[in-house]
Design a protein around this ligand. Structure first.
Ligand code: C2E
Ligand code: MG
Ligand code: MG
Ligand code: MG
Length: 291
């Protein structure tokens, strides 16, 4: 099971390990019906620029409201979906839902980037890029508004097959983001060859950034490297003001975490953005300070 992610995951982890595979089979059956019954939804978590705290985009995070068990974490059901060959259909639903939402926001004049998460299994579908680009086109969306987040391990795996899916997305203008950086076994030399324009530093790497000299040194090196490779740096899992200040000082471009906002349903996100005013155009602010 994945180690990073929401606070509830740890209880799920210990819970899962004690269970036999009949539970997985049960979940698998439930997942097959989940799409049809409309039990899946996307929640959105804001990403903010570290300097001015402006809205940089939102990340779509999948939610499953199980009829008997309530909310089940994606860290639990995504691996089940992958194992039982359901990730293709679920992934397609996420792509469609995120693009439909993006189109709706566009119509209301809200230029908001949306990030979706892609799993290693999805990357093995050779027509994935064409399907994503097709969905964007069907909704009349500029591909540069979509960000695809993939773990370094998933990226590395797909590199073996020539990286064509990622290259296709990158060539069309879709931004590719390396998720959970610092949790895999990445070789730094790979970083240079990945068609990624964004690096998301995992929460485990930013813990201690405000108090531990060595943690900070590692982070500074990562940020410098990413910038040298022309990548934008996002810190995920920011929970404290002390972390925010340290990350801004180090030069992280974008911050995301419970300190600012948790993942929320569409209505709650729109309310939050309206209340915080973080979507007001930065141009207006800089115009004021320039004059
Ligand atoms: P991720 O993409 O790395 O997403 C970040 C996770 O950290 C999310 O958990 C988010 O709710 C949580 N998080 C955000 N800010 C904080 C914070 O300040 N502190 C802490 N402790 N946690 C924070 P979530 O939503 O449970 O998702 C877990 C993982 O499930 C995601 O990790 C992603 O790998 C996967 N996932 C979610 N949605 C999808 C999807 O649509 N498709 C695929 N393939 N995977 C998905
Ligand atoms: Mg994660
Ligand atoms: Mg992500
Ligand atoms: Mg992550």
């Amino acid at each position: 099971a994945k180690r990073s992610g929401g606070g509830c995951l740890l209880c799920y982890d210990s819970h899962m390990s004690a269970e036999d595979s009949s539970d997985q089979l049960h979940l698998q059956q439930g997942l097959r019906d989940a799409l049809r019954r409309g039990e899946l939804s996307l929640h959105y978590q804001p990403k903010l620029t570290s300097g001015e705290g402006r809205l940089h985009g939102v990340e779509a995070l999948l939610r499953w409201r199980h009829p008997e068990r309530g909310m089940i974490s994606p860290a639990v059901f995504i691996p089940v979906a992958e194992r039982f060959g359901l990730i293709g259909r679920i992934g397609d639903w996420v792509i469609e839902e995120a693009c439909a939402q993006l189109a709706q926001w566009q119509k209301r004049g809200w230029q908001c980037r949306v990030a979706i998460n892609l799993s290693a299994q999805q990357l093995r579908q050779p027509d994935l890029a064409r399907r994503i680009l097709g969905t964007l086109a069907r909704h009349g969306l500029d591909p540069t508004l979509l960000v695809c987040e993939l773990t370094e391990t998933a990226m590395m795996e797909s590199m073996k097959d020539g990286c064509s899916v990622l290259d296709e997305l990158d060539a069309a203008g879709v931004r590719v983001s390396i998720d959970d950086f610092g949790t895999g076994y990445s070789s730094l030399s790979y970083l240079r060859r990945l068609p990624a324009s964004q690096l998301k530093i995992d929460r485990s790497l930013i813990i201690g950034v405000d108090s531990d000299v060595q943690a900070r040194a590692v982070l500074e090196a990562v940020v410098r490297l990413a910038h040298a490779l022309d990548m934008e740096v996002v810190a995920e899992g920011v929970e404290t003001e002390a972390q925010r200040q340290a990350l801004a000082a180090i030069g992280c471009d974008v911050l995301q975490g419970f300190l600012f906002a948790r993942p929320m349903d569409v209505q709650a996100l729109q309310d939050w953005v309206g209340r915080s005013g973080c979507d007001r155009p930065a141009a207006r602010l800089s115009a004021v300070s320039d004059s």
